[in-house]
Structures are given as C-alpha cells and as structure tokens.
Design a protein around this ligand. Structure first.
Ligand code: FCB
Length: 453
C-alpha cells in the first residue's frame, strides 16, 4: 500500500478530557466533593496549590466548547462523568441537576454530529466513599455498578460508547502506592487491593450493562495506559526487570481482563502483599468487552534497580530523544508496537487510542492570535503515522482521541503543564486554537492525507 493509505471509514477523530480537569464548579448544583477536591485543597499536594475549582469553567461553557469541537471538525469526544455530581454521597440519592448537565452535554454533541464516548470513572471518587475505604473496600464494586446503572438508564438511549474505568494502573500506582495522586496513600499492601477492586468494579458494571437497555444502542470497554518496555541491555538483570515492569504496568490489567488470571510475576513483585484472589472474582473481571481503549504517551527503557521497590526496575533516560515537559520520551514507534502486541496477545477486538498527546512549553499567544506549538504538531503527526502503520498491518483501530482538547488541570502538576490543542487563558477563559489544533483539523478533514505534509 502506498503512503496515501487513508484511515478506515467511520474512524473516530476525537479529543479527550476528564471532568475534574476541565469542569470547574466542583460543588455546584448539589454535587458532592471528590477525592480530587479534597486532595487539591490540602496544602502542599499540588503545584502552586492549584485546584480544579475553576479549571476551564467547562461546566458553564460547555455549549461553546462543543461549538469549538465542531469548528475543529471532530466527530467524537471523550469525556468523563463526575460521580459526585450524580450521587453526591457516592451512593443513595440521585442528584437530578448533575444528571441534567451530562444529558444536555450529550444532546449538544449529538446535535453537532459528535459521538460521545463516556468514561464513568476518571479518578474523581466521591469523598464520601473514600471515607468508607474507597477502592480498598470490596463493596465499591457494588457502589460503582449502582452508579453505572443510573448512567445507563439516563444516557443509554443516546450514548454509543461507554468506558468503565480510566487507567486502573495510575489509580493504584499514583493513588495507593506512591501517593502522588488522590487519595495520596503510600502502602504496598493497598496497591494490589485497589487494582483488584477497580477490575471487579469494571467487570460488574459490564455485566450490568449487558442486562440494561443501554446495551441495545452502545458498546462498553475499559481504558488502560500502556507503555512498551525495552531492556536497557541484554544482561539477565535488565531483561528480568523489563519483564517485571511489563507485568506491573501492562499485563497486571490486561491478563485478568482477557485471560481471567494475573501474570505470574505479580507474586514476585509484591511478595507477601500479593493476596490469593477468589476465582469468582476473576470470572467477574473477565467479562467480554466490546473494545479496548489505550492511552499511549511513551515507552520505557528499563534497567534493574534494587532500590526502586517493589518492581526493582528503573527507567533509563534516553539522552538523544526529545522529552516532553512531563519528562516523557517522545517515541512514536512504541505506539505501533503496543497496538500490534495487544492484537497478537489478546485478540482481534476493536482498539481505540483514547489518549495520546504531549505537554510542551508553548509560546505565548501572539498578537495575531496564533500559538505556534510546533513540537506538538510534530508529536501528533508522528503518532498518527504510527497508528496508521498499525492499521496497515491489520490492527483494528477504530479511532484516535488526542489528549487534550483544552489545556487543563494536570492533577498534581496543577496548571503548569499544558496538553491542549486549544490554549486556555486561565484568567479570561479565552480559548485559542493552537497550530496543533489547526493541523489536527486538517488531518481529520482529509482523513489522514495531510499526514504526508
Ligand atoms: C493520563 C490521564 C489524563 C492526563 C494525561 C496527561 O494518565 O488519564 O487525565 O492527565 O495522563
């Protein structure tokens, strides 16, 4: 096939965001606080003490933001629901005003021909549930399923794509093992329990989805973040560290989802902190899903590092490469590789790139209103070419969602890292399409032909 190979018909060209990162007004209209509200309001936990109190003010500006998506020509939009807007206490009473916000957002998208891709959990657990142990409490599978059912009945007549959980690895690693993310725990014993309950909650929600009328209209899947692991040398120590790193980040989630079992390396990694899981749990986790969402940012080159517990693997910085402002190596071939690997190991189900993007230091908005973020343009071009290469090799990739539509609240980095293809002035809330946004619009308008330029 020639280089003018285009993307398949019906390919979703989207952008992604998440509730806490863009909405602002976290307690408006009766919403209950989330763990991110609590975390960001705890002094010292986020850069500059930044919080999501205002963020991109999307809660009040969603109509013009959808207009912006339409101007870019997007045909899909991935966003998440704030659980605490729907169930302020996490369970029990439903808050009609919260539901109404997402219902209006979905309608607005559909009016403009944009497919909504709804994520049920993108890290903003209701604080009331955290008080009951959050992801450490087995009951959370039930709580999450009840919440999911509320959403299936409210939006199921209109939503075609549902995602249960965003990045269970980051929730466990950042939230329970290293504490960089809410709820900020550092506990070896908690991390596997949180992971396992995230997967159980996913499985139980998928089961509920199949029994609901939403399954008539929509499909359901989960989103994982994956990074291909490359050994830093061919020494046995480095090779084995690479295998462990891959088990920890990638297979810890995909093996249970597709094979109903955890990788053997998990016991070696966590030692006595790794429990024996009931086999009924594993069955629940391995419910068939309709698609897999993959978030790809970088690869890792691994060396053995005895001090880096529990995996005993560290990443080697690749000095010859470009790195983003979050210190991630720019490595587009890793995206092709991970797509081929998923297809070969887990089967031929539809895959979506549900996040891919980069934080770079952007030039300020120029007098002529441009933001010439050339590094991000390059990043997008090369990663979209990498996706196209996987499709050329027969992988079923159904869509691509750039992270992110807007500059936004980047978790513990606050507003200091900008990932948007649209610049946000946090003082005026003015949106300015960056060069990368214009480039992306051109790529999708030409169904990929502009990638040759
Ligand atoms: C992913 C998150 C997303 C954003 C990007 C940069 O891990 O899903 O919310 O923070 O990283």
């Amino acid at each position: 096939m020639s280089d003018s190979f285009l993307f398949p018909d019906g390919f979703l060209w989207g952008a992604a965001t998440s509730a806490y990162q863009i909405e602002g007004s976290p307690l408006a209209d009766g919403a209950g606080a989330s763990i991110w509200h609590r975390f960001s309001h705890t002094p010292g936990l986020t850069e500059n003490g930044d919080t999501g109190d205002t963020a991109c003010d999307h809660y009040r500006r969603f109509q013009s933001d959808v207009q912006l998506m339409a101007n870019l020509g997007l045909n899909a939009y991935r966003f998440s629901i704030a659980w605490g807007r729907i169930l302020p206490d996490g369970r029990g009473c439903v808050n009609a005003k919260g539901l109404d916000f997402y219902s209006r957002l979905v309608d607005e998208l559909l009016t403009r021909g944009i497919v909504p891709n709804v994520t049920l959990y993108h890290w903003d657990l209701p604080a009331a549930l955290d008080n009951r142990g959050g992801w450490l409490n087995r009951d959370i599978a039930e709580w999450f399923t009840d919440y999911a059912n509320v959403m299936f009945s409210a939006l199921g007549d209109r939503v075609q794509m549902w995602t249960t959980i965003n990045e269970p690895w980051v929730v466990s690693d950042g939230g329970y093992l290293y504490g960089k993310l809410a709820p900020g725990h550092r506990n070896l014993f908690e991390a596997p329990i949180a992971s396992h309950n995230l997967l159980r909650a996913h499985g139980q929600a998928v089961e509920a989805f199949r029994a609901s009328s939403a399954s008539g209209k929509g499909r359901i899947g989960i989103v994982v973040n994956l990074a291909p692991m490359y050994p830093g040398s061919d020494s046995t120590d480095d090779m084995m560290a690479t295998v462990r790193a891959d088990a920890y980040m990638n297979r810890q989630y995909l093996d249970p989802l597709f094979f109903g079992r955890y990788p053997e390396e998990m016991g070696e990694i966590f030692g006595e902190a790794w429990p024996d899981w009931p086999s009924d749990d594993m069955k629940m986790i391995a419910q068939p899903i309709d698609f897999l969402g993959i978030n790809y940012y970088t690869r890792e080159v691994i060396r053995y590092d005895a001090d880096r517990k529990p995996v005993r693997a560290g990443a080697i910085r690749q000095e010859g490469s470009i790195h983003t402002e979050t210190h991630w190596e720019v490595y587009p071939p890793g995206l092709t590789r991970i797509l081929l690997w998923v297809r070969d190991r887990y089967g031929d189900l539809p895959l979506y790139i549900t996040e891919n993007g980069a934080a770079f230091y952007d030039p300020p908005v120029a007098i002529d209103g441009s933001v010439d973020d050339l590094l991000r343009v390059d990043y997008l071009r090369e990663h979209l070419r990498a996706v196209r290469e996987a499709i050329r090799q027969g992988v079923k990739v159904g869509g691509y969602f750039v992270w992110s539509l807007l500059d936004n609240f980047e978790w513990s980095h606050g507003y200091s890292r900008r990932f948007g293809i649209v610049h946000v002035n946090y003082e005026t809330q003015e949106r300015t399409i960056k060069s990368s946004g214009r480039y992306y619009a051109e790529v999708l308008r030409t169904n990929g032909a502009a990638l040759e330029k």
